[in-house]
Design a protein around this ligand. Structure first.
Ligand SMILES: [Zn+2]
Length: 413
């Protein structure tokens, strides 16, 4: 049965934008008409949900998550790690079993919070190493099943402790891939494993063997970061994996001059390699350049309130605020672009749509808000899109495939 979402405003920049009614049917936007307050549920044979003038936008995605590494909703735990990457990894290893919930319960809890904030897709890394083996991976696979229909979840088999430094990890990673991981991950091949050739040969070899995509963490900066990124690009081209590779963080793009940024962005675009950011302080990706050169960019939240960092609360809209803030944006169009990264950008990455989203929301029937687009929607009580991002109000409605799945920060089912 169709649903009419009555009295909503379409990704508006002006507070006095006219309201429309959205008819959603079969998981998609079926009609957009001027708002008719007289729409009668009984007479029209439809469900009618009054949106009270809320702003509507495409639902968001958290496309860089670690659902097996968070303590959301648990007693706050003071930070105990040192500052190096290795210290952070080992601090997690020493403590992750001390959570107040099982890995599965915690993953379902965190994913539910994320979905209720407005994100209907999550790409989560599942740590696989010689310590946890497949324990965390199995927990995420089960959570994915539990939340099917509410959130589309992808799981990356992620060798957090390296593939060479943790010599027993590859055997367990291979088991995760056999068990149905959606993607294969990797981590700083040059600075952490100190052998980029072997590391990347393994990652790309698995991707080819299992016919899956790659999502590789790259914290490396400067000359080393450029070297590793060029290696990833070369292998993507050689393997014909255009459209299937994501570089997470890609700090190198924020650590080189503008000319080098452009050269790298053009190489990424030529091979349809996507980038995800978690909007960190200090290393800002050149969002406008990436959009202009045709590089898909998505937003994630990383680990949250975990053994790595006390930051993060499960609210993806608040992370959109952080993306705008860390970029120093003030103009509405720039702030709306951050929402676009979190919504259409993430969708294009997860669905391996090889080009950047194009056109404004109201004319995009692929991932935006035009008739024919998926009815994966976030509605927020706010004057405009930018106001929604600035205020991050609790009053929200989230639709997945045309079905109301969350209201005011809580799942409905
Ligand atoms: Zn990560």
């Amino acid at each position: 049965m169709p649903t009419v979402i009555r009295n909503t405003r379409l990704f508006n920049r002006q507070p006095d934008a006219p309201a429309v009614d959205l008819t959603v049917d079969d998981g998609r936007i079926a009609a957009i008409t001027p708002s008719n307050p007289g729409t009668d549920a009984t007479a029209s044979g439809t469900d009618v949900i009054d949106a009270d003038g809320y702003v509507v936008m495409p639902s968001l995605g958290d496309v860089h998550a670690h659902l097996d590494s968070n303590r959301l909703g648990q007693t706050f735990r003071p930070h105990t790690a040192g500052s190096s990457l290795h210290s952070l990894i080992m601090n997690d290893r020493a403590n992750w079993r001390n959570g107040e919930r099982s890995a599965y319960d915690q993953a379902v809890y965190a994913a539910s919070l994320i979905a209720a904030s407005g994100a209907t897709r999550i790409r989560t890394h599942a740590q696989i190493d010689s310590d946890c083996r497949l324990e965390r991976f199995d927990a995420l696979m089960a959570a994915k099943d539990t939340l099917a229909g509410i959130v589309d979840m992808e799981i990356v088999a992620f060798p957090q402790a390296g593939l060479l430094r943790d010599a027993d990890a590859p055997a367990f990673v291979a088991k995760g891939l056999e068990a149905g991981a959606d993607l294969i991950g990797g981590l700083d091949p040059t600075t952490y494993d100190r052998d980029p050739k072997t590391h990347l040969d393994m990652v790309f070899g698995w991707a080819e063997k299992y016919g899956i995509g790659i999502d590789i963490h790259l914290h490396e900066r400067g000359t080393v970061g450029v070297f590793t990124l060029e290696e990833i690009i070369a292998r993507t081209e050689a393997a014909g994996m255009q459209g299937k590779v994501t570089v997470s963080h890609c700090f190198v793009l924020g650590s080189v001059d503008e000319r080098e940024q452009r050269r790298l962005a053009e190489m990424l675009a030529a091979n349809q390699i996507a980038v995800t950011t978690v909007a960190p302080a200090g290393t800002v990706l050149p969002l406008k350049l990436l959009a202009e050169t045709g590089v898909r960019v998505g937003l994630g939240e990383d680990g949250q309130r975990d053994y790595w960092s006390p930051y993060g609360d499960g609210d993806v809209l608040r992370r959109v605020w952080q993306l705008a803030f860390t970029n120093g944006f003030r103009a509405d169009a720039d702030i709306e672009h951050c929402l676009d990264v979190a919504s259409r950008g993430g969708r294009h990455i997860v669905e391996q749509i090889p080009h950047v989203p194009s056109g404004d929301m109201s004319s995009d029937a692929e991932a935006g808000l035009a008739v024919g687009a998926p009815a994966d929607l976030l509605l927020v009580k706010a004057d405009t899109v930018t106001a929604a991002i600035m205020d991050c109000p609790d009053e929200r409605l989230v639709f997945k495939s045309g079905r109301l799945i969350a209201r005011n920060g809580k799942l409905t089912g």
